[in-house]
Write a protein that binds this ligand. Sequence first.
Ligand SMILES: Cc1cc2nc3c(=O)[nH]c(=O)nc-3n(C[C@H](O)[C@H](O)[C@H](O)COP(=O)(O)OP(=O)(O)OC[C@H]3O[C@@H](n4cnc5c(N)ncnc54)[C@H](O)[C@@H]3O)c2cc1C
Length: 477
Amino acid sequence: MGYDYDLVVIGAGGAGLAAAVSAAQHGLRVLVLESEAEIGGSTQLSAGMLTAAATGVQRALGVEDSPERMFQHYMDLNQWRVLPGPTRMFCEQSGTLIDWLLDLGVEIPAQLSRNAHMPGLTRAGVEDVWRGHVPKDQGYGLVQALDRARRRLKVDLALGSRATDLLRDGPAVRGVVVDGAEVTAPSVVVACGGLAQNPELVREYFPDAGIAGDSLFVVAAPGSRGDHIALAERHDLSLFGHGWGLLLVTAEFQRFHHWQSGFPPASRIHVNADGHRCMDEDAPYAVSPGILKDHGGFVWAVFDEAARTGLPPGYADWAADRVLEEVGKGVVRRADTLPELAERIGVPAANLIRSVERFNALFERGYDEDFLRHESLAAKQVDPRLPPVETGPFYAVRMLPAELVCTHTGLRIDSRARVLDTGGRVVPGLYAAGEAAGGILGERYVGGGNSVAHALVLGRLAGQEAAQRLNDAGSAA
Ligand SMILES: Cc1cc2nc3c(=O)[nH]c(=O)nc-3n(C[C@H](O)[C@H](O)[C@H](O)COP(=O)(O)OP(=O)(O)OC[C@H]3O[C@@H](n4cnc5c(N)ncnc54)[C@H](O)[C@@H]3O)c2cc1C
């Protein structure tokens, strides 16, 4: 049977472009469908950080690592509730992914980086060794490099083309439906991203996003509508990852990703509803939403006038004037004394005072024996001897898991990126990659760069597998 293409890819984000490029490198005729007017998806908006083990960048910096070590850490952090086979594959292929990207012109210099915005190798807080690879020009740089390769390899791209269904030939896939028309191919990669922009699906598949109530804001790309969920329902495909995704902890008044919003003052104390300090205020983003959940969903960030006036200018939310504006709205609470502030936020005054006194004593020495925050501050190259919280008026604002970044419920895959149906059978010719794939992204976001690396590793693998399938069919004919 003649097909329009050898492979159709749904979505031109990181996963889709990686699939298209790798398949075309193996000689396949590929079409990429993109529902929006431009390519890139969430990948383009991201810092582009990639978690990867045993890379040349690590070796050049003397960082000893291995896929086995990454796997153990990944599985332990997720309490072995993700799929071991696909996760092992992810860890093994993360290193060669970096080589592949470097060959495509992505630049990741062999230098230590302080954060997700400085090219090089970084530690985002929860890795056992430094594994966060930050490319030059971040997610935009990654997408541009992949798109240059796509054009060089003559892969067709259709913008403004939303795939709505799969074509089947018995159990096997034979193409997709787009704008009511059929495009045929023996293999299809579903790489349409997550479901963060679809409130109904978020309620169903990531209910923790409801903890922040009206404060919730979504930074994922507009195309993240969860179209893979409808494909699963219609074609009896298995889903994996229910209830998981990434929320970042932000102040109740924040509305943007931290690049625009800015950062809360370092001299702040997170206390729970009992007024007790309850966490490392700089706990890695991989684990902080879970800590908040244990404390009823939010904590109060308490800081003083010196911290407010010391906020650096130029940010949209964490700015001195903006905090006052929010005092006017009643979102940030203010009082001249700590007992009055305690009353305003409904916590026992004696506990709040004790928490502040203890915080001031610990950070005068720069050693937080309660929550080890001095280590988190040191990783960010911030002096752990923090100014005391002592100058009234005092402020308190709720910190909530309110920034929705990505979601993890996807089409269940095996360790070759092949999609399984609800009976556990491989659907011939159907692959999934990125947020649309389920099995590897778990409850805990591992390290910096879990999701971008996952998208690109699976995309690249799906392209290779589609090529192998075509080759096998050719040999059999
Ligand atoms: C602000 C921000 C910062 C982040 N920083 C990082 C980071 O540094 N490191 C990290 O690991 N993760 C990060 N993430 C998460 C990460 O970027 C994403 O999880 C990952 O890039 C998803 O890749 P993807 O290819 O699955 O989806 P996307 O990149 O979103 O691509 C999916 C594409 O499919 C298109 N599409 C959707 N439906 C259809 C359809 N039916 N037909 C055709 N096309 C369709 C979409 O429009 C989109 O272009 C960040 C996310 C955001 C929003």
